[in-house]
Design a protein around this ligand. Structure first.
Ligand SMILES: NC(=O)c1ccc[n+]([C@@H]2O[C@H](COP(=O)([O-])OP(=O)(O)OC[C@H]3O[C@@H](n4cnc5c(N)ncnc54)[C@H](O)[C@@H]3O)[C@@H](O)[C@H]2O)c1
Length: 307
């Protein structure tokens, strides 16, 4: 299945990025988003991401003629083969939208929800027939970062998840399948665990916010971009692999675990982070930082593809 007609429901930070990617791959993209600023935001975003999407090999990058805006959700989905829902993270809002589109859906459509934190089962309650809805959580920005966390459950129709995985993979995404519902899925929980300790270390005065960020970016972050933590520690174990690593260093790691902090995001913690960011922002504004990030990530993705 080629999924030629794609509908984007909600085109903010995430939906616009999905739209630019889908259009760049040659799909026809229909967007429903009630924001009056949509036409301008869409044009700016598609233009702004054209160079990146071209570098990723998508020949239709920047082609606005493949994207149309439609003001009515039911109208926007009626020809859709695949729908990517990225409206705000509010359950009742998503339920209202699902009820509005359901009567118009083609029977074999697939709907991926980008939700970061809502559970698939609670979202399915918005449909009379929830079998076509799956979790399809991207990492920002989805036109660049490959990861999509996907999940089905007992209410999902047979074959829907696999068809969605095949489709996402065909456009360069890397899918990770969840087998259980947990808040934050997998990747955000891992990020949250590292960030919690970063905040703890900053609040304890162990190092500055800037240096703690450097400790990630110039150390483990570089390795994590290649492999995940278990594979890396397997390599750290030498010929004996992960078992040798655990035998050799496991008790030390356990000591570190026992000493980790569990700070809350109190006003004082936010003050510490904001004060720390002042040093980072002395050399570059947000736009510079975002551009640097995207350039480095793009180079890495291209280098990895050549491996
Ligand atoms: N921002 C992130 O880093 C990120 C990452 C991954 C997933 N997500 C998920 O993606 C979804 C969207 O998040 P976002 O950050 O893009 O939000 P956003 O606020 O940037 O964009 C939401 C868009 O939806 C539109 N909208 C509002 N109500 C609507 C409706 N009823 N129908 C259609 N469009 C509607 C808004 O006009 C806006 O353009 C959320 O579920 C979020 O959890 C966000």
């Amino acid at each position: 299945m080629n999924y030629q007609n794609i509908t984007i429901l909600g085109a903010g930070t995430i939906g616009l990025s999905w739209a630019a990617l889908f259009a760049a791959t040659g799909r026809t993209v229909t967007i429903y988003d009630p924001s009056p600023e949509m036409p301008q935001r869409l044009a700016q975003f598609v233009q702004g991401t054209a160079a990146t999407l071209t570098a990723l090999g998508w020949h239709h990058a920047g082609d606005m003629s493949r994207i149309m805006l439609i003001n009515d959700p039911a109208e926007a989905v009626k020809d859709a083969d695949f729908i990517q829902e990225s409206i705000p993270e509010r359950l009742e809002l998503k339920h209202v939208l699902y009820a509005a589109i359901e009567p118009q859906l083609k029977p074999d459509v697939i709907i991926g929800t980008s939700t970061s934190g809502l559970r698939l089962s609670e979202l399915q309650a918005g449909f009379q027939h929830p079998g076509r809805l799956i979790l399809a959580h991207p990492f920002n920005p989805p036109h660049l970062i490959p990861l999509v966390e996907v999940m089905e459950n007992k209410h999902t129709d047979d074959g829907v998840l696999q068809s969605a995985i095949d489709f996402y993979q065909s456009i360069g995404k890397v899918c990770v399948q969840l087998h259980k519902e947990v808040p934050g899925h997998v990747a955000n929980r891992l990020q949250a665990a590292v960030w919690r300790e970063a905040i703890h270390l900053a609040q304890e005065g162990v190092a500055s916010v800037e240096d703690i960020d450097k400790a990630v970016a110039y150390g483990p972050g570089l390795r994590w971009a290649a492999f995940g933590p278990t594979t890396l520690f397997h390599l750290g174990g030498g010929a004996g692999g992960i078992r040798a690593f655990c035998d050799h260093l496991g008790s030390h790691v356990e000591n570190w675990w026992n000493d980790l902090g569990s700070p809350d995001l109190t006003p004082a913690a936010v003050d510490t982070l904001e004060a720390g960011m002042k040093h980072v922002l002395a050399n570059a504004d947000n736009q510079d930082l975002a551009a640097q990030r995207d350039k480095m990530v793009l180079r890495y993705i291209l280098a990895r593809a050549k491996q």
